[in-house]
Design a binder for this molecule. Structure first.
Ligand SMILES: *Cc1c(COP(=O)(O)O)cnc(C)c1O
Length: 689
């Protein structure tokens, strides 16, 4: 069990907190004993919302809060819509002005409990920036904000007159200081830091601390009330240490997570005001003010009905979500996990070694070497990459359809029947020969890069045919944005490779020079991954990096971006002398255990790795492949590994201390990682980690 799996106390307390919030909104003990009611609703229950902030802080990734913010915003808008009829009825929309509308939407919420959502959103945004500072600075700022908040809340009565003016200006912007600016940040920050510190607490000691601070907070609250100081009563000085130790206490008790309670408590929070409205409505049948002096009954009924409704809501939404998850489950069979952070680090490293004034033009052909061209290009767009290369017009069109911005160069041949795609999707075409240039020129205006053959003998105009290159520049319909060549021996710096590479570069730059003499200044590019790693000094305007970007070259600064995983579908005994798999090629050397995996050569696992030529990782151990790899399945030897059906097997990636790289697989299959990766088939689901 991981630490996270044991934090079930958080889920349990969420439920308690939700019920405490109901008590705030029903004052159950009002008639029985007003002091008891104050104690329950203004003191005990004031731990509820800070607790919600703290667990939110605990589980939110403040470096990339986009997902959390999006989810909260969606929920906020949906709940606002749900309460719209009631907020209209209750006069929330009376005296409409844009200022008021913004104030309600950004701070107060359009019903009395809805302020929580914008507070959470604002708070997360603030803490996102605070987390960039040192912990000390972050806490100082959060505490200062909280202190400002306190004097507009429980301590308002003792603020001196000039400050009151300041607060009255604030209260024009929002109705309370218990909001996302002054109230939420400190609790979100504490939750986030406690998660990072990963501290172990002695539950007895922290329980004592909770008691001590809670008693002091109680005294604080009653004193303030006694002197009639509060304007509102959400924020106390001693609420902060009380919450800190309460949270530490809850995290010190290890019980399994109860995600269902998380959902139920959220529903209770959302739905209970509606239940109160309905109950009050029905009670009118009996008498006008039925629940006056019957607050406890209102509280109990609200709790029961909110609970029932929430359980019902969880069951209904779970059914539809289960179906959605089943259809979109990335981890069902064989899947590739994309580590966007590794991609970012690789981009940063490649940029750091790139020649001055050059830009990355990543190769995202062949579905970004099996990594998912759209996913990868989107992330690269976010990292400021503004040029890509692909192999075909279809690949380019696919990227444009998914909103990829920047220049997209097709490195290969495009059939004239597909020329309309070039125009429509703003793709740049490589000119593969002189005849081809004439063909495009006859079609119409197209952006192009001229391929120059300096030694690869594959595509482009030979570098000794300068006249032809010149004439292509003179063709009226072609926009020649660049010229490029491809190095054929850049993988090493051995003397023979080095001199060949330098000769290629020389003939390429000679062309660029003579073009310049004639007034043509196209972009020039010649380096791909190994070119950049071994011959960065050759320069150029673009770096067409592929395999290095995906972290599959031997270089400590580059991290593998993809992990390829699958599941164990069946485990069984095989007895000495029995054969395993097609063709009877493998025989049990002793009594063995073998496992079937849900991946085969149709997924891209080379069949050449059959009969023990490669391993997979299960539970941090190497399991050799036995028998022939099948189209959809593979059998591995797990005699010495503890394995259960449903376990994950890693084909490429880490497991425990073990790692299998695409390079290792490539070496064993007598090829290069580029081939292994690009042949991962479309049946393998790609998901971002
Ligand atoms: C594929 C390709 C690249 C990228 O090569 P890597 O070695 O993966 O960096 C660059 N240029 C051309 C012309 C290519 O075909």
């Amino acid at each position: 069990m991981t630490e996270n799996e044991k934090s079930g106390m958080f889920d349990l307390f969420r439920l308690i907190a939700a019920i405490l919030v109901i008590s705030i909104h029903t004052s159950p003990l009002e008639t029985i004993n007003p002091y008891a009611d104050i104690f329950l609703t203004r003191i005990i229950a004031r731990t509820a919302v800070p607790f919600f902030f703290m667990v939110t802080g605990f589980y939110t990734n403040f470096e990339q809060p986009k997902k959390a913010l999006l989810k909260l915003t969606k929920m906020y808008l949906a709940v606002t819509l749900l309460y719209l009829p009631f907020s209209i009825y209750s006069g929330y929309f009376s005296g409409f002005s844009l200022g008021k509308a913004l104030k309600m939407l950004i701070f107060d919420g359009y019903y009395y409990h809805l302020w929580y959502f914008p507070a959470c959103i604002t708070g997360i945004l603030l803490v996102h920036f605070l987390e960039k500072l040192s912990a000390k600075k972050a806490f100082v700022i959060a505490i200062i904000l909280y202190i400002i908040g306190i004097f507009g809340d429980s301590y308002y009565g003792i603020t001196i007159v000039p400050l009151k003016i300041f607060y009255n200006i604030l209260f024009g912007i929002f109705s309370y200081t218990r909001n996302g600016l002054f109230f939420a940040p400190i609790f979100l920050l504490m939750g986030s830091k406690l998660k990072k510190a990963n501290m172990k607490f002695d539950s007895k000691k922290v329980a004592v601390a909770v008691e001590i601070f809670f008693v002091i907070m109680t005294a604080e609250a009653f004193l303030l009330k006694g002197f009639n100081i509060p304007r509102h009563d959400s924020m106390y000085v001693f609420l902060v240490p009380t919450m800190l130790f309460l949270f530490a206490f809850l995290s010190s008790i290890k019980i399994p997570q109860k995600p269902i309670l998380r959902k139920i408590s959220m529903w209770i929070y959302i739905i209970h005001p509606l239940i109160i409205i309905v109950l009050r409505g029905i009670s009118k049948i009996f008498s006008e003010n039925f629940f006056e002096k019957r607050e406890l009954l209102l509280f109990v009924l609200t709790t029961i009905f909110s609970g029932f409704f929430s359980i019902f809501a969880v069951i209904v939404t779970r059914k539809s979500r289960n179906l959605h998850n089943a259809l979109h489950c990335p981890t069902a069979r064989a899947w590739a996990e994309i580590d966007v952070n590794a991609l970012r680090k690789n981009v940063e490293y490649l940029r750091s070694i790139s020649p001055k004034n050059s830009e990355l033009m990543p190769a995202v052909k062949a579905n970004a070497y099996g990594h998912g061209a759209v996913l990868i290009s989107r992330e690269l767009n976010k990292m400021g990459v503004k040029a890509f290369c692909v192999a075909s017009a279809d690949e380019g069109a696919e990227l444009r359809k998914h909103g990829i911005r920047g220049e997209i160069l097709i490195l290969g041949y495009t059939h004239p029947a597909q020329f309309p795609l070039l125009r429509f999707f703003r793709l740049s075409q490589t000119i593969v020969s002189y005849e081809y240039a004439k063909l495009i020129n006859r079609y119409g205006k197209i952006h192009c890069h001229i391929g120059i053959d300096t030694g690869m003998r594959r595509l482009g105009i030979r570098s000794d045919e300068e006249g032809k290159i010149q004439r292509i520049f003179e063709m009226p319909n072609l926009y020649i944005d660049g010229i490029f060549t491809h190095l054929s021996a850049d993988e090493t710096t051995l003397p023979s490779d080095k001199s060949f590479t330098e000769r290629q570069a020389e003939s390429f730059f000679n062309i660029a020079e003579s073009l310049a003499e004639n007034g043509y200044y196209p972009k020039v590019h010649l380096l791909s991954s190994f070119g950049l790693l071994n011959y960065a000094h050759l320069g150029g305007d673009y770096i067409r990096a592929g395999i290095a970007l995906y972290g599959c070259v031997v270089n400590a600064n580059l991290l593998p971006v993809m992990s390829l995983k699958t599941r164990v579908t069946s485990v069984r005994n095989v007895y000495k002398g029995e054969t395993i798999g097609y063709g009877l090629t493998s025989e049990a050397y002793e009594d063995m255990r073998v496992a079937a995996l849900a991946i085969g050569y149709a997924d891209g696992l080379p069949r050449a790795l059959s009969d023990g030529k490669c391993h997979v990782l299960i539970s941090g151990k190497r399991a050799p492949i036995v028998g022939k790899i099948c189209m959809d399945q593979t059998i591995v030897d797990v005699t010495n590994i503890e394995v259960r059906e449903g376990d994950i097997a890693v084909i490429i990636g880490n497991s425990g201390d073990e790692m299998i790289t695409a390079n290792e697989i490539a070496a064993r299959a007598d090829t290069i990682p580029n081939e292994i990766l690009s042949r991962i088939s479309s049946r393998v689901v790609i998901c971002a980690k």
